[in-house]
Design a protein around this ligand. Structure first.
Ligand code: IVH
Length: 675
């Protein structure tokens, strides 16, 4: 079929329009049009291409959906090997590396040399070859010499241009091999795992594994559904352009429209580079992605050439790794905790140990199998790991340090709280106390009900929950709403003011949106995300309680286990009684009356968060905004009400200024939240 010329030019214009705006969005993080406008243009192009298949080009933005599955990956030979890096674990080791560089170049021991410092993003190294500006082939690093051809997969990653340059006057080199890291941002990783949990699929252990697993898919339509990102940090083959330094290489990448980290810097001396590393590394827990340190590179390519490679690592670069998040210590004892759902979890009592600046005294041991599979014994020297906010865990025993006196762990047969016999289902690793009146379970459940993520009752933490249960004042969460001042004054540590404060907090919680109540009920598998989904769909507790398993499973994102857990919970007469009493005291049990969106202080407001905040992580800020009925989006647009900006806010701040969006800091946000 011949294509009318006006259709051809419309398609070309649409391609260019979409390419430019995709680059603004995915590479510069600074969109100029709304998502809706983009989607409409894309839909029009899909329509045109559907009508006239001759219009489809390899670099069309419609071609990012993945190709037919291939039976295997083809090997790709790297003409220039993809090297690895030597590690330095402290400043002294970086100085040693630098001294060796100077020695090798026959410079004075303390002389200066220009260095480039880059973040070491933890993902999967890939090589992307452009020929005459078109993405021609992408490959994994493999063993450094031979990788795997992942071209269809790379084409689905939005921040990897299908054609370079994306904009501007520069022409593309005839051959340009870009090297960089494919990774998942922490937010994308969490979202992916949440979705997988909803579908009851296995979870990825960390963003690196998730990125590697997503890139190495024979079916690239799966890769297309994973929110992968890319950062370029180097060049392989280059023909038709000259660069003489790493800094110029990064500049070239940027000019061509390849994303480069905003945190790369060039320094005239090692001292300045180290001071930047120290500052940057202090922000480890607030980065948007997982990193394992920084890379220091000698800037000048001529010097790099002279320094050469030893083994598989260049002499001209070094990876300055973050302080390890693992340490060794002694396992003094193993205790067990009874959780709110009755799951009995063993935990390690440790000789206190400093891991990355935090003193760790306890660590989780997950379950009985975890201990026996690793043969962890009381008295062992063990490796303990801690990552970000995650609870520390015992990784493994150091068998070579055994003295013979270590004792194997025996799971108790009775609940340490209520004494009832514990059970373990054959196909599950967890051990349970099934006594629904077990005081430990009840105390944990009260604490959970009152927690910030659920009903957010200030002053009702672990200790007070336990006190209320021990004194026999509450036998389920509904009893909280019948507590009196006199009863509280009878508890240790309670004077009038504290008792009044707690009662007021409990009273206020009646107005919390329904999804928080639903979450607080403690139904297995019903956390915040599931609760919000269910409320969105069923709107009232009565409708949810009357729903069948099939009806719940039919809700997008719900799996059969979740559906079964919900119906089983509502089938229990004791649970129905709790719900009835919550209703009578006036707790919100439907969305229409006081829905999540209307209830909070930030109802109807849209926020974007950027930069490094002083006290809260971005995830915490996000959680608070959502909790108060607000919305959080990624990009600043005309519908954004507030930009919450911390240090180094980047391009979002400029965009907010342009669109006259109100910019606030962390303190003002807390004020809006009424905190
Ligand atoms: S340079 C010539 N720069 O680290 C040295 N690598 O241990 C080769 N990586 O396989 C790489 N960020 O996956 C370089 N800014 C960066 C990097 C980086 C992450 C990874 C890359 C490589 C591994 C080397």
């Amino acid at each position: 079929m011949t294509v009318p010329p006006d259709m051809e030019s419309e398609a070309r214009e649409l391609r260019e329009f979409l390419r430019y705006h995709s680059y603004r969005y995915h590479v510069l993080d600074s969109p100029e049009i709304s998502d809706g406008e983009y989607d409409r243009a894309l839909a029009r192009l899909v329509e045109l291409e559907g009508e006239y298949p001759g219009l489809v080009t390899a670099d069309s933005p419609t071609q990012r959906v993945g190709a037919a599955p291939s039976p295997e990956f083809e090997p790709v030979l790297h003409e220039q090997p993809m090297l690895s890096l030597d590690d330095a674990f402290d400043v002294a080791q970086v100085r040693q590396w630098h001294a060796r560089v100077l020695r090798f170049l026959e410079r004075e021991p303390d002389s200066d040399i220009e260095l480039v410092v880059e973040p070491k993003v933890d993902g999967l190294a890939v090589s992307i070859l452009y020929r005459d500006g078109a993405l021609d082939r992408a490959a994994t690093r493999g063993d450094g010499y031979t990788g795997e051809n992942i071209t269809p997969n790379a084409r689905t990653i939005r921040s990897i241009p299908l054609r370079i340059p994306v904009e501007g006057a520069r022409t593309a080199p005839s051959v340009c091999e870009v090297r960089g890291e494919v990774y998942l941002s922490l937010q994308a990783f969490e979202r992916l795992n949440q979705e997988r949990a909803g579908r009851e699929e296995s979870l990825f252990a960390n963003p690196r594994n998730a990125a590697a697993g997503s890139v190495r898919q024979l079916d690239s339509t799966i890769t297309a559904r994973r929110p992968l990102s890319f950062l370029g940090y180097g060049l392989g083959r280059l023909e038709g352009a000259t660069v003489t330094s790493q800094w110029e290489a990064l500049q070239l990448l940027r000019d061509l429209g390849i994303p480069v980290s905003g945190d790369v810097r060039r320094f005239a001396s090692l001292g300045e580079a180290l001071s930047y590393c120290r500052d940057w590394m202090a922000r480890r827990d607030s980065l948007a992605y997982e990193a394992d340190g920084m890379v220091l590179k000698v800037n000048d390519f001529e010097l790099q050439e002279r320094l050469g490679v030893v083994g598989r690592a260049p002499r001209w670069a070094v990876a300055f790794k973050f302080a390890p998040r693992e340490e060794m210590t002694r396992l003094l004892d193993i205790g067990v905790n009874v959780g709110r759902t009755g799951v009995v979890t063993p935990y390690a009592v440790l000789e206190p140990v400093n891991i990355g600046g935090v003193i760790v005294r306890q660590a989780t041991l997950h379950n009985e199998d975890y201990i026996s599979e690793r043969d962890i014994r009381i008295g062992d020297t063990v490796v303990v790991a801690r990552a970000g906010d995650v609870i520390p865990r015992v990784v493994a025993p150091v068998v070579s340090r055994r003295t013979g006196g270590e004792q194997p762990f025996v799971m108790p047969t009775q609940c340490p709280s209520c004494g009832q016999g514990l059970i373990r289902a054959e196909d599950e690793a967890a051990t349970y106390c099934t006594n629904s009146a077990c005081p430990a379970q009840l105390a944990r459940h009260i604490e959970y009900f009152a927690s910030r993520g659920a009903m957010d009752i200030e002053g009702l933490g672990e200790r007070v929950s336990q006190q209320l249960v021990d004194a026999g004042l509450v036998r389920d969460v509904a009893h909280l709403y019948h507590l009196s001042q006199d009863q509280l004054l009878g508890l240790e540590g309670f004077a009038e003011k504290r008792a009044e404060g707690l009662l007021a907090g409990i009273e206020d919680s009646k107005a919390r949106p329904f999804w928080r109540v639903l979450m607080g009920l403690g139904i297995r598998r019903v956390g915040g995300v599931v609760a919000q989904t269910l409320v969105e769909h069923f709107r009232s507790l009565d409708r949810l309680a009357a729903a069948t398993e099939e009806e719940i499973e039919a809700v997008h994102g719900m799996g059969p286990h979740t559906a079964a857990a919900v119906t089983q919970w509502f089938a229990q007469p004791s649970n129905q009684a709790v719900v009835d009493r919550l209703r009578r005291v006036g707790v919100t049990l439907e969305q229409e009356s006081v829905g999540a969106a209307e209830a909070g202080a930030l109802a109807g407001r849209t926020f974007v968060i950027t930069g490094r905040l002083a006290h809260l992580t971005r995830a915490q800020v996000r959680e608070r905004i959502l909790g108060a009925g607000g919305k959080v989006t990624e990009t600043v647009s005309r519908s954004t009400d507030y930009l919450v900006a911390g240090e180094d806010p980047g391009s979002k701040l400029e965009r907010a200024a342009k669109l006259e969006v109100t910019v606030i800091g962390e303190d003002e946000l807390l004020r809006l939240l009424g905190e």
